[in-house]
Write a protein that binds this ligand. Structure first.
Ligand code: MTE
Ligand code: MO
Length: 316
C-alpha cells in the first residue's frame, strides 16, 4: 500500500500563510477594499509558499552589522535574479517557483556524495541567524538577518577529498517559471564558485531564511549561498547543486563580461568598476550614501585568505 507521508510544510493554509501576506491583507482591509483573503489572492496569482516555518534558532552575536537592518519590504521587492528577468521587480514572478519538494545535490570530489531533501538538510544542520551586510557590485547595499547554516558544517558531512580545490554552486533552471531563461545569450545555468578555503571560511553561509521567515524565492529560496565580503553576484540563489572540483569553474558573470566581473570579486572601495566608482554605496530603504569598506568590512575574517594570491585580480 502506498502511504503518503504528510510533510511538515503541508499545513492548513492559515498556518502556512507567510507573514507579509497577512500584513498585506491587514493593510488592504484597513484601506476598506473588498478583497479576497490574501492567501487565496496569492494562490490565484499562482504564488507558491516559500516553505514551512523555520525551526527554532537564535541569532549569533559574533557577527555585528554596525548599521540598521534594511526594511524588509525593500529587501524582498528589489532583487537581482536574472532567471526571472533583468529588472529589479521580479519578486512576483519568482513567487511562482515551487520550492517543495526541493533537492540539493552535493557531489564531485567528496567522500560522501549525497542528494539532500531540503527539509532533511535543514534538520541535519546547525541553524542560526546572522546579520550580514550585502554589497551589490552596482553600489547598492543592504543589511539583513539571514537564517541558515555555515557551509563548513555541510562540508564536514560530505568530507571533501584532499585534491578538492574549488567549490561550484549551481542555481536551478526551471523553464516553466523562469522567463529569464529565454534570454539564451546568458550562459545558463547560473554557476558560481569559490576556493575550498573560501568555502570553509566561517563567514560562508547558506541562508534558508530571511527576517525570521522561510527564504522567499526572490531572495534565493529555498537555499542560497552568501559570501558577505564579496560583491553580491557571487551569492548564488536557489541552489540545486554544490560540487567540489580540482579546477576553477567558469562562473556566470566572468563568462558574460570578464572585463568588468572576475572570479574573486572581493569588495574594495579603491578599485572602481570600469563604469562607476565603488567608493560609496547606497543603502536600500533610506537611500543614504555611506563609504564602502574593504572586504565589505569583513577583513578580520577573510584577509588572510588572500595573502599568497597577490598576483590574482582579487577585487573586481
Ligand atoms: N541565480 C542567481 N543568483 C544571483 C543573481 C542572479 O541573477 N541569479 N544575482 C546576484 C546579485 S547581482 C546580487 S546583488 C544578489 C542579490 O540578492 P538579493 O536579491 O537577495 O538582494 O543575488 C545574486 N545571486
Ligand atoms: Mo549584484
Amino acid at each position: 500500500m502506498f502511504i503518503r507521508r504528510r510533510r511538515g510544510w503541508e499545513l492548513p493554509e492559515s498556518a502556512a500563510t507567510p507573514q507579509h501576506w497577512v500584513l498585506n491583507r491587514r493593510a488592504l482591509m484597513g484601506a476598506g477594499a473588498a478583497l479576497l483573503p490574501s492567501a487565496a489572492l496569492a494562490q490565484r496569482r499562482g504564488e507558491m509558499p516559500p516553505g514551512p516555518p523555520l525551526p527554532p534558532h537564535e541569532r549569533n552575536p559574533r557577527y555585528v552589522a554596525g548599521r540598521e537592518l534594511s526594511p524588509e519590504a525593500d529587501v524582498t521587492s528589489y532583487n537581482n535574479f536574472y532567471e526571472f528577468g533583468t529588472s529589479k521587480s521580479i519578486w512576483r514572478a519568482a513567487r511562482r517557483m515551487p520550492v517543495r519538494p526541493w533537492t540539493l545535490r552535493v557531489d564531485g570530489m567528496v567522500a560522501n556524495p549525497r542528494e539532500f531533501d531540503i527539509d532533511d538538510l535543514i534538520r541535519l544542520m546547525p541553524i542560526e541567524e546572522r546579520v550580514y551586510r550585502l554589497r551589490c557590485v552596482e553600489a547598492w547595499a543592504m543589511t539583513v538577518p539571514w537564517t541558515g547554516f555555515e557551509l563548513s558544517a555541510l562540508m564536514r558531512l560530505v568530507e571533501p577529498q584532499a585534491g578538492a580545490r574549488y567549490v561550484t554552486f549551481t542555481t536551478a533552471t526551471i523553464p516553466g517559471v523562469m522567463p529569464g531563461l529565454r534570454q539564451s545569450w546568458y550562459p545558463w545555468p547560473h554557476v558560481e564558485g569559490c576556493t575550498i578555503e573560501e568555502a570553509a571560511n566561517e563567514l560562508t553561509f547558506m541562508p534558508i531564511g530571511l527576517f525570521g521567515q522561510p527564504l522567499p524565492q526572490q531572495n534565493g529560496g529555498p537555499v542560497r549561498v552568501v559570501f558577505p565580503w564579496k560583491y553580491g553576484f557571487k551569492s548564488g540563489k536557489s541552489l540545486v547543486r554544490i560540487s567540489f572540483t580540482d579546477t576553477r569553474p567558469d562562473t556566470f558573470w566572468p563568462v558574460i563580461q570578464g572585463q568588468e566581473y572576475g572570479f574573486w570579486a572581493n569588495v574594495n572601495p579603491e578599485v572602481a568598476h570600469p563604469r562607476w566608482s565603488q567608493a560609496t554605496e547606497r543603502l536600500l530603504g533610506s537611500g543614504e550614501r555611506v563609504p564602502t569598506q574593504l572586504f565589505n568590512g569583513y577583513g578580520e575574517f577573510v584577509a588572510g585568505l588572500y595573502t599568497n594570491l597577490q598576483d590574482e585580480r582579487l577585487w573586481a
